[in-house]
Ligand binder design. Structure first.
Ligand SMILES: [Zn+2]
Length: 245
């Protein structure tokens, strides 16, 4: 069981993985521990480091948590050394048709990339793409692409980060069109589509999405106001949260 502090502000998709914590609490450093996995795709047994504990303290305008200590994000996903299938737990079951399609994708991916040394952004890219092939909800896929973008930021790969932000934004917009997103999360995620558009330089779309945020909490209203002003000035730079009242 992961030990973590979850705040109420920025729960993204059911609170599983993407949350920013605010307020006082006992801070825990990020810890890793060895774990054994059986690849969900090919059955290969392998070992990897998994996250034992972590803490967050605030975040940025994309709701990226600020982790206290080492960044645990690269260690939430585990890549099979044999077939390079990447997943959180590797406990999902697949139909033969899904298995075939995922294998085909991975073979194509590994012809283009060095899969023996995948970067964290690439692991999240594989996760996102295979989640989509498995028919997982767009919100789940968006979360993986957003994490891929953050990892690409850390790897100083601007082109990849741009591509992953666009992919996350598209899936989030799709999720908001359907009934997947709970009512209390809709303002946050509508804002986030705007912010991802701003970060990728689509300022007109960003302004439109910011304008669709309905009944925001005061902290979100302040954030929307701040980011609208940046979009109006065609500023695509990373941004922090506005100061609390
Ligand atoms: Zn495998």
């Amino acid at each position: 069981m992961l030990k973590k502090r979850l705040g109420k502000r920025f729960l993204f998709s059911g609170g599983l993985l993407l949350a920013i914590c605010c307020g006082a609490g006992l801070a825990m450093a990020t810890t890793l521990q060895p774990a054994d996995f059986t690849c969900g795709l090919c059955g290969q047994k392998f070992s990897d480091q998994m996250v034992g504990s972590f803490s967050t303290g605030g975040g940025d305008s994309e709701f990226r948590p600020r982790y206290l200590g080492m960044n645990p994000l690269p260690h939430f996903v585990h890549t099979c050394p044999q077939c390079h299938f990447t997943d959180y737990s590797h406990e999902a079951k697949f139909s033969e048709a899904e298995r075939k399609e995922i294998r085909k994708y991975l073979e194509g991916y590994c012809r283009k990339h060095n899969c023996s040394q995948l970067k964290p952004s690439q692991k999240y890219e594989i996760l996102a793409h295979t989640q989509e092939l498995r028919g997982l909800p767009p919100l789940k896929v968006a979360e993986s692409y957003l994490r891929a973008a953050w990892m690409a930021d850390d790897e100083n790969n601007r082109l990849a980060a741009q591509r992953f932000r666009q992919a996350a934004s598209q899936r989030l917009a799709r999720a908001l069109e359907g009934r997947e997103v709970k009512e209390d999360l809709r303002p946050n995620l509508t804002y986030l589509v705007g912010e991802l558009n701003r970060r990728t330089g689509n300022f007109t779309e960003a302004m439109q999405w910011f304008g669709r945020v309905q009944a925001p909490q005061p902290w979100l209203a302040a954030l929307v106001k701040q980011q609208r002003e940046l979009a109006a000035r065609q500023n695509a730079a990373p941004a922090g949260m506005p100061a609390a009242d």
